[in-house]
Design a protein around this ligand. Sequence first.
Ligand SMILES: CC(C)(COP(=O)(O)OP(=O)(O)OC[C@H]1O[C@@H](n2cnc3c(N)ncnc32)[C@H](O)[C@@H]1OP(=O)(O)O)[C@@H](O)C(=O)NCCC(=O)NCCS
Length: 189
Amino acid sequence: MVALTDVQIRELNGDDATEKSAIVTLVNRCYRGGGNWTTEKGIVGGPRITPQRLDECLCEPEMTVLVALLDGRIIGCIKTGVTDATVVGALDEPAGYFGMFAVHPDCSGRGIGNMLLSAAESHCKNSGMSVMMADVLHVRKDIIAYYNRKGYELVPNMSRPAQQVLKGAGEEILLDMEVNFLILRKPLV
Ligand SMILES: CC(C)(COP(=O)(O)OP(=O)(O)OC[C@H]1O[C@@H](n2cnc3c(N)ncnc32)[C@H](O)[C@@H]1OP(=O)(O)O)[C@@H](O)C(=O)NCCC(=O)NCCS
Protein backbone atom coordinates (compact mmCIF):
# COMPACT_ATOMS: atom_id res chain seq x y z
CA MET A 1 0.00 0.00 0.00
CA VAL A 2 1.30 3.47 -0.92
CA ALA A 3 1.64 5.89 2.01
CA LEU A 4 1.35 9.47 0.82
CA THR A 5 4.08 10.49 3.29
CA ASP A 6 6.48 8.30 1.27
CA VAL A 7 5.72 10.17 -1.96
CA GLN A 8 8.10 12.97 -2.89
CA ILE A 9 7.31 15.67 -5.46
CA ARG A 10 10.02 17.59 -7.28
CA GLU A 11 10.86 18.99 -10.70
CA LEU A 12 11.88 16.60 -13.47
CA ASN A 13 15.58 16.69 -14.22
CA GLY A 14 15.48 17.63 -17.90
CA ASP A 15 19.13 16.59 -18.32
CA ASP A 16 18.46 13.04 -17.16
CA ALA A 17 17.65 10.75 -20.10
CA THR A 18 16.44 7.95 -17.79
CA GLU A 19 13.93 10.26 -16.07
CA LYS A 20 12.67 11.57 -19.41
CA SER A 21 12.25 8.06 -20.77
CA ALA A 22 10.31 7.09 -17.63
CA ILE A 23 7.95 10.04 -18.17
CA VAL A 24 7.26 9.10 -21.81
CA THR A 25 6.46 5.50 -20.81
CA LEU A 26 4.34 6.55 -17.84
CA VAL A 27 2.28 9.17 -19.70
CA ASN A 28 1.54 6.92 -22.68
CA ARG A 29 0.57 4.03 -20.41
CA CYS A 30 -1.69 6.16 -18.21
CA TYR A 31 -3.45 8.07 -20.97
CA ARG A 32 -3.79 5.42 -23.62
CA GLY A 33 -3.22 2.06 -21.93
CA GLY A 34 -6.17 1.91 -19.57
CA GLY A 35 -5.80 0.69 -16.00
CA ASN A 36 -6.63 3.97 -14.25
CA TRP A 37 -10.10 4.97 -13.13
CA THR A 38 -10.08 7.56 -15.91
CA THR A 39 -8.18 7.32 -19.22
CA GLU A 40 -8.28 8.22 -22.91
CA LYS A 41 -8.29 4.57 -23.97
CA GLY A 42 -10.82 4.10 -26.78
CA ILE A 43 -11.12 7.87 -27.19
CA VAL A 44 -7.71 8.86 -28.58
CA GLY A 45 -5.19 6.56 -30.28
CA GLY A 46 -1.47 7.01 -30.87
CA PRO A 47 1.15 8.23 -28.41
CA ARG A 48 0.18 11.00 -25.97
CA ILE A 49 3.85 12.00 -25.83
CA THR A 50 7.07 11.19 -27.68
CA PRO A 51 10.64 11.85 -26.50
CA GLN A 52 10.84 14.71 -28.99
CA ARG A 53 7.61 16.30 -27.78
CA LEU A 54 8.72 16.01 -24.16
CA ASP A 55 11.95 17.83 -25.04
CA GLU A 56 9.87 20.53 -26.74
CA CYS A 57 7.70 20.85 -23.60
CA LEU A 58 10.79 21.25 -21.46
CA CYS A 59 12.04 24.03 -23.74
CA GLU A 60 8.79 26.02 -23.44
CA PRO A 61 9.49 29.16 -21.42
CA GLU A 62 8.24 29.05 -17.83
CA MET A 63 6.98 25.46 -18.21
CA THR A 64 8.08 22.64 -15.96
CA VAL A 65 7.20 19.01 -15.27
CA LEU A 66 6.69 18.00 -11.65
CA VAL A 67 7.22 14.33 -10.84
CA ALA A 68 5.99 12.16 -7.97
CA LEU A 69 8.52 9.61 -6.74
CA LEU A 70 8.09 6.54 -4.57
CA ASP A 71 11.27 4.74 -3.48
CA GLY A 72 13.15 6.70 -6.15
CA ARG A 73 10.81 5.55 -8.94
CA ILE A 74 8.74 8.02 -10.96
CA ILE A 75 5.07 7.11 -10.45
CA GLY A 76 3.35 10.33 -11.48
CA CYS A 77 3.79 13.64 -13.25
CA ILE A 78 2.10 16.92 -14.15
CA LYS A 79 3.19 19.61 -16.57
CA THR A 80 2.67 23.14 -15.28
CA GLY A 81 3.66 26.75 -15.72
CA VAL A 82 2.48 29.92 -17.42
CA THR A 83 0.20 29.30 -20.37
CA ASP A 84 -0.67 31.38 -23.40
CA ALA A 85 -3.54 31.87 -25.82
CA THR A 86 -2.28 29.25 -28.26
CA VAL A 87 -2.97 26.58 -25.64
CA VAL A 88 -6.12 27.71 -23.88
CA GLY A 89 -7.57 30.39 -26.17
CA ALA A 90 -8.00 34.11 -25.64
CA LEU A 91 -6.79 35.28 -22.24
CA ASP A 92 -7.52 38.50 -20.41
CA GLU A 93 -5.13 37.67 -17.58
CA PRO A 94 -1.86 35.75 -17.14
CA ALA A 95 -2.78 32.18 -16.33
CA GLY A 96 -1.19 29.06 -14.97
CA TYR A 97 -1.70 25.74 -16.73
CA PHE A 98 -1.59 22.05 -16.03
CA GLY A 99 -1.55 19.08 -18.37
CA MET A 100 0.24 15.77 -18.94
CA PHE A 101 -1.28 14.69 -15.63
CA ALA A 102 -0.63 11.01 -14.92
CA VAL A 103 -0.29 8.55 -12.03
CA HIS A 104 0.80 4.94 -12.61
CA PRO A 105 -2.22 2.55 -12.46
CA ASP A 106 -0.59 0.58 -9.62
CA CYS A 107 -0.63 3.75 -7.48
CA SER A 108 -3.78 5.44 -8.78
CA GLY A 109 -6.78 6.23 -6.59
CA ARG A 110 -4.68 6.81 -3.47
CA GLY A 111 -4.39 10.59 -3.44
CA ILE A 112 -1.21 11.04 -5.50
CA GLY A 113 -3.11 12.79 -8.31
CA ASN A 114 -4.48 15.23 -5.75
CA MET A 115 -0.95 15.85 -4.44
CA LEU A 116 0.35 16.59 -7.94
CA LEU A 117 -2.54 18.90 -8.81
CA SER A 118 -2.07 20.86 -5.56
CA ALA A 119 1.67 21.10 -6.22
CA ALA A 120 1.02 22.47 -9.73
CA GLU A 121 -1.44 25.04 -8.37
CA SER A 122 1.05 26.11 -5.67
CA HIS A 123 3.80 26.37 -8.26
CA CYS A 124 1.67 28.71 -10.41
CA LYS A 125 0.44 30.73 -7.45
CA ASN A 126 4.01 31.18 -6.23
CA SER A 127 4.93 32.35 -9.74
CA GLY A 128 2.34 35.15 -9.45
CA MET A 129 -0.56 33.57 -11.34
CA SER A 130 -4.06 34.25 -10.04
CA VAL A 131 -5.87 31.69 -12.20
CA MET A 132 -5.25 28.14 -13.34
CA MET A 133 -6.44 26.72 -16.68
CA ALA A 134 -6.47 23.35 -18.41
CA ASP A 135 -8.06 21.70 -21.42
CA VAL A 136 -10.09 18.51 -21.38
CA LEU A 137 -11.93 16.37 -23.93
CA HIS A 138 -15.68 16.99 -23.66
CA VAL A 139 -16.49 13.27 -23.53
CA ARG A 140 -14.46 12.73 -20.33
CA LYS A 141 -17.32 13.28 -17.90
CA ASP A 142 -15.62 11.46 -14.97
CA ILE A 143 -12.55 13.67 -14.94
CA ILE A 144 -14.53 16.85 -15.62
CA ALA A 145 -16.55 16.00 -12.49
CA TYR A 146 -13.26 15.57 -10.58
CA TYR A 147 -11.94 18.93 -11.78
CA ASN A 148 -15.27 20.52 -10.80
CA ARG A 149 -14.82 19.10 -7.29
CA LYS A 150 -11.38 20.73 -7.19
CA GLY A 151 -12.86 24.15 -8.04
CA TYR A 152 -12.45 24.18 -11.85
CA GLU A 153 -15.32 25.44 -13.99
CA LEU A 154 -15.81 25.10 -17.71
CA VAL A 155 -15.28 28.38 -19.57
CA PRO A 156 -18.43 29.06 -21.66
CA ASN A 157 -18.11 29.20 -25.44
CA MET A 158 -14.50 28.00 -25.51
CA SER A 159 -14.30 24.78 -27.43
CA ARG A 160 -11.90 23.54 -30.12
CA PRO A 161 -12.18 20.44 -32.32
CA ALA A 162 -9.79 17.90 -30.80
CA GLN A 163 -8.57 16.63 -34.16
CA GLN A 164 -7.38 20.13 -34.99
CA VAL A 165 -5.36 20.34 -31.78
CA LEU A 166 -3.96 16.80 -32.04
CA LYS A 167 -3.18 17.05 -35.76
CA GLY A 168 0.38 16.18 -36.68
CA ALA A 169 1.23 14.53 -33.37
CA GLY A 170 0.40 10.97 -34.48
CA GLU A 171 -2.74 11.00 -32.37
CA GLU A 172 -6.24 10.31 -33.66
CA ILE A 173 -9.76 10.46 -32.33
CA LEU A 174 -11.19 6.95 -32.20
CA LEU A 175 -14.81 7.87 -31.58
CA ASP A 176 -17.20 8.16 -34.49
CA MET A 177 -18.36 11.61 -33.42
CA GLU A 178 -16.97 15.13 -33.13
CA VAL A 179 -14.82 15.47 -30.01
CA ASN A 180 -13.87 18.87 -28.65
CA PHE A 181 -11.44 20.27 -26.14
CA LEU A 182 -13.12 22.37 -23.45
CA ILE A 183 -11.30 24.85 -21.22
CA LEU A 184 -11.37 24.72 -17.42
CA ARG A 185 -10.58 27.66 -15.17
CA LYS A 186 -10.05 28.05 -11.44
CA PRO A 187 -9.15 31.20 -9.50
CA LEU A 188 -6.05 30.66 -7.35
CA VAL A 189 -6.94 32.24 -4.04
C1 LIG B 1 -6.15 11.43 -13.56
C2 LIG B 1 -5.09 10.78 -12.68
C3 LIG B 1 -3.77 11.53 -12.84
C4 LIG B 1 -5.55 10.88 -11.21
O1 LIG B 1 -4.56 10.32 -10.39
P1 LIG B 1 -4.97 9.46 -9.10
O2 LIG B 1 -3.72 9.18 -8.35
O3 LIG B 1 -5.81 8.35 -9.53
O4 LIG B 1 -5.83 10.53 -8.30
P2 LIG B 1 -6.25 10.51 -6.77
O5 LIG B 1 -6.05 9.17 -6.16
O6 LIG B 1 -5.58 11.67 -6.12
O7 LIG B 1 -7.81 10.77 -6.87
C5 LIG B 1 -8.27 11.88 -7.55
C6 LIG B 1 -9.77 11.83 -7.52
O8 LIG B 1 -10.20 10.65 -8.19
C7 LIG B 1 -11.24 10.05 -7.46
N1 LIG B 1 -11.24 8.64 -7.75
C8 LIG B 1 -10.36 7.73 -7.35
N2 LIG B 1 -10.70 6.52 -7.82
C9 LIG B 1 -11.85 6.70 -8.53
C10 LIG B 1 -12.71 5.83 -9.25
N3 LIG B 1 -12.46 4.53 -9.33
N4 LIG B 1 -13.78 6.36 -9.87
C11 LIG B 1 -14.05 7.69 -9.80
N5 LIG B 1 -13.25 8.56 -9.13
C12 LIG B 1 -12.18 8.07 -8.50
C13 LIG B 1 -10.87 10.35 -6.03
O9 LIG B 1 -12.00 10.23 -5.18
C14 LIG B 1 -10.35 11.76 -6.12
O10 LIG B 1 -11.38 12.72 -6.08
P3 LIG B 1 -11.66 13.55 -4.71
O11 LIG B 1 -10.33 14.14 -4.29
O12 LIG B 1 -12.66 14.56 -5.11
O13 LIG B 1 -12.16 12.52 -3.73
C15 LIG B 1 -4.88 9.29 -13.06
O14 LIG B 1 -6.09 8.58 -12.90
C16 LIG B 1 -4.40 9.07 -14.49
O15 LIG B 1 -3.19 9.01 -14.72
N6 LIG B 1 -5.32 8.97 -15.47
C17 LIG B 1 -4.91 8.78 -16.87
C18 LIG B 1 -4.37 10.06 -17.48
C19 LIG B 1 -5.42 11.14 -17.52
O16 LIG B 1 -6.56 10.90 -17.85
N7 LIG B 1 -5.02 12.38 -17.15
C20 LIG B 1 -5.90 13.53 -17.10
C21 LIG B 1 -6.14 14.09 -18.45
S1 LIG B 1 -7.28 15.46 -18.43
